[in-house]
Design a protein. Structure first.
Length: 101
């Protein structure tokens, strides 16, 4: 009798993959990962937390500028809004804030 193949596992092994630099939003450790295209969160090999994200997952147009956190050198930010501070970007790793102005 033939071996039974789990079709979901078989399909996952053959799905398109991407490769690129990943950064941990907790400890700022960077590494290169190869993963299926739908994977967007990684376990950090340094701290063990599942806080790794693609560094440059979104690709801009030629000539576009990007912002790197001056404190921890990551590229992962949240757009924040408050009555006191207005709108600003906040680094999810170290909390550094940058005004939109």
């Amino acid at each position: 009798m033939a071996d039974v193949i789990d079709f979901a596992d078989w399909k996952l092994e053959r799905t398109p993959h991407q490769t690129g630099e990943v950064v941990c939003t907790h400890c700022a450790h960077k590494w290169v990962a190869v993963a299926p295209e739908e994977l967007h969160e990684f376990e950090c090999p340094q701290c063990g937390l599942h806080k790794g994200v693609w560094c440059r997952h979104q690709v801009g147009m030629a000539g576009d500028a990007y912002y790197e956190c001056p404190t921890c050198k990551t590229f992962y930010f949240h757009l924040m809004r408050s009555k006191e501070h207005g709108e600003y970007f906040m680094c999810v790793n170290c909390g550094h804030r940058r005004s939109l102005e």
